[in-house]
Design a protein around this ligand. Structure first.
Ligand code: NAP
Ligand code: GCO
Length: 259
């Protein structure tokens, strides 16, 4: 009978996953819970979070699940909730900065609001949440920070200049975190999904031409599923990655390997 490799065992650890009321974040929370971690779900909608938490506890019997409703672009909300979690739930020793949005537009027509909302949510938020969480990790001389990047950290396509700029910046923020915090026992890395079937991409999945293009552009010939990211996340959240820092682990069906 196979036994969980102790290196990948997250028992006794607590993970805050931002943007985990649905999609990739909720899948990552489930994967970390299955590996033994206590998980904190985050989004802006308390009711939605409670429903997601109930479903997760039903799917993973015995899982310890909390919710923290805050907007990752609002420093005061972040600080309040991190304080509360550290005091009332558990020390946060795994942080996944996952919250993100898309606001597609041709660059020449992109509004300042479309630019700022995406940069605030997809990049600045990782700075704000890490700034709230990391000092305690540093004091404890250990912690894992995983930033959800994207293949758009490396390449772009028309209509997503704001998103690509944010994800490119998030790749470099990940490296900056690693460079400053590795000496304190923190490992900071990125997870880089390819094209994954979630609400964020509904319009693309339902577009026959785009669907055909992306399946042709991806060597695996298909979209990925959120659950296919959990193995990489558990690796980056566990002792198995204690000497890995500043890396972006791409889970993209081979997309970035292909011209
Ligand atoms: P999704 O299904 O739209 O989920 C986005 C999540 O982010 C939701 O839980 C949403 O919660 C939360 N969120 C949005 N704005 C927020 C805010 N200001 N404060 C707190 N939470 C916020 O999208 P997804 O595809 O799972 O994307 C998750 C992450 O993966 C994003 O960073 C995205 O860029 C990245 N990614 C996605 C793909 C893909 O192909 N899907 C590929 C690469 C990277 P509420 O709306 O309930 O607040
Ligand atoms: C798009 C998509 C992509 C994916 C993802 C790919 O409009 O091309 O939304 O940005 O979501 O980031 O890794």
């Amino acid at each position: 009978m196979s036994q969980t490799q102790p290196l990948f065992d997250l028992t006794g650890h607590t993970a805050l996953i931002t943007g985990s009321s649905q999609g990739i974040g909720l899948a990552l929370a489930r994967g970390l819970a299955q590996a033994g971690a206590a998980v904190v779900l985050n989004g802006r909608d308390e009711t939605k979070l409670k429903a997601a938490a109930s479903a997760l506890m039903a799917a993973v019997p015995g899982a310890k699940v909390a919710t923290a409703a805050f907007d990752v672009t609002v420093a005061a909300e972040i600080g309040r909730e991190v304080e509360r979690l550290e005091a009332d739930f558990a020390p946060i020793d795994i942080l996944i900065n996952n919250a993100g949005i898309q606001r597609r537009s041709p660059l020449a027509e992109m509004t300042e609001a479309q630019w700022r909302e995406v940069l605030d949510t997809n990049l600045t938020s990782a700075f704000l949440v890490a700034r709230a969480v990391a000092p305690r990790m540093i004091a404890r001389k250990s912690g894992k920070i995983i930033n959800t990047c994207s293949v758009m950290s490396e390449v772009s396509r028309p209509t997503i200049a704001n998103y690509s700029a944010a994800k490119g910046g998030l790749k470099m923020l990940t490296r900056a975190m690693a460079v400053e915090w590795a000496k304190h026992g923190l490992q900071c890395n990125g997870l880089g999904p390819g094209y994954i079937v979630t609400e964020l991409n509904r319009s693309l999945v339902e577009n026959e031409d785009f669907n055909r293009w992306i399946c042709g552009r991806t060597p695996a010939g298909r979209w990925g599923q959120p659950e296919e990211l959990t193995g990489a996340a558990v690796f980056l959240a566990s002792a198995a990655s204690n000497f890995v820092n500043g890396q972006i682990l791409y889970v993209d069906g081979g997309l970035l390997a292909a011209l």
